[in-house]
Ligand binder design. Structure first.
Ligand code: TRP
Length: 338
């Protein structure tokens, strides 16, 4: 018997299926998530309902939701040890989302910086969903009685809101929700664009971005063209202020090989950028090769993928249903008669 299971703390995180995964997502987040399942009971879902706040091509959204699942598994998130599912497959998210909406204040939502940013970027489609998105996110988290929410800095404000709403609800109705904490991992590199090393690697800048599914020759080309620095010494030395391009390549190389910055400096002593850039490219190619191949194998097997997200949704729904039933009772809804 595994006595640990009952005592494991719960982690919940959602990923919007808005683009293909890249090296920054992998080295900065997903790679670390793979190790968390030993210690935590982890739920990760493709947040397709969230993606609808921005207009999507229906076919593409559906394709990406499943493709992303395959990529996460290929990155090492074991579907037996983690609960991996597609958000809209567990209808309790939408249902609790509505209720949480009714306990989240207009003023609170108005202060969310992501709403302000996204409405500036999508000025022709500032819809209600974009505004109330944090209430759905709170529901995502509270459904599973999460202890921790592994997220990037940009989601901290939404996590704070989740805590406030959970406490508000608990104050009115008695203990209902676990009040979760954001979990910002200790390790995890911040990978910058290869073309512009002072901004984060992002899918919207495809030349500076290495996708997990990129072919080896594309990866090699992107690293060969990576911006280094125009300093005269042209040596591989970690100096984030003055040599951000080289520092970024060193972070990448260090993440994929496990070598320290000192070791890397020694390895390339006297060799210059011409030797360094392709070496980083090769190391990345070898790291991503098994991930891409595994993802391709899964993507060719629709039945297997469907079985994966079915099993994930069933596991998730079992827990979600319990929380939702409790909430319905507390707020005064009539129990479902069938
Ligand atoms: N809002 C998150 C993002 O854009 C995605 C997300 C949706 C999420 N629901 C969540 C993250 C619940 C953590 C927990 O990145």
């Amino acid at each position: 018997m595994d006595n640990n299971t009952a005592a494991k703390k719960v982690m919940v995180s959602g990923i919007q299926p808005s683009g293909d995964l890249h090296l920054g997502n992998y080295l900065g987040a997903v790679k670390n998530w793979a190790g968390l399942a030993q210690e935590f009971d982890c739920y990760y879902f493709m947040a397709d309902l969230h993606s609808l706040t921005v207009r999507q091509d229906p076919k593409e959204l559906r394709r990406r939701s499943v493709a992303q699942l395959a990529q996460y598994v290929a990155c090492g998130l074991d579907p037996e040890e983690n609960t991996l599912f597609i958000q809209s497959n567990v209808h309790e998210h939408a249902e609790l989302g509505w209720i949480i909406n009714c306990y989240t204040m207009f003023g609170e939502l108005s202060r969310m910086t992501q709403f302000k940013d996204k409405s500036a970027k999508n000025a022709d489609n500032i819809n209600g969903g974009l505004f109330t998105y944090p209430a759905l996110m709170a529901a995502d988290i509270l459904l599973y009685q999460a202890d921790f929410v592994p997220v990037g800095q940009d989601q901290k404000q939404h996590c704070e809101l989740t805590r406030d709403v959970a406490m508000r609800f608990n104050n009115i109705y008695g203990d209902t929700f676990k009040v979760p904490e954001p979990y910002i991992p200790k390790v995890g590199a911040r990978i910058m664009s290869l073309g512009n090393p002072t901004s984060k690697m992002s899918k919207s800048d495809p030349q500076g971005c290495v996708f997990l599914m990129d072919k080896p020759e594309d990866i090699a080309r992107k690293f060969k063209r990576a911006v280094t620095d125009s300093d005269t010494e042209r040596c591989v030395r970690y100096d984030i202020e003055n040599k951000p391009g080289v520092a970024n390549l060193m972070s990448i190389y260090s993440s994929v090989t496990g070598k320290s910055f000192e070791e890397i400096e020694r390895e390339f002593d006297g060799k210059g950028y011409g030797a360094f850039k392709p070496a980083v490219g090769d190391a990345v190619i070898e790291t991503l090769r098994p991930i891409r191949e595994e993802a391709e194998r899964m993507l060719a097997d629709k039945a297997y993928l469907q079985q994966l997200y079915t099993q994930g949704a069933q596991k998730a729904a079992y827990v979600a249903r319990k929380t939702l039933r409790k909430v319905y009772k507390k707020v005064g809804l009539v129990e479902k008669p069938f």
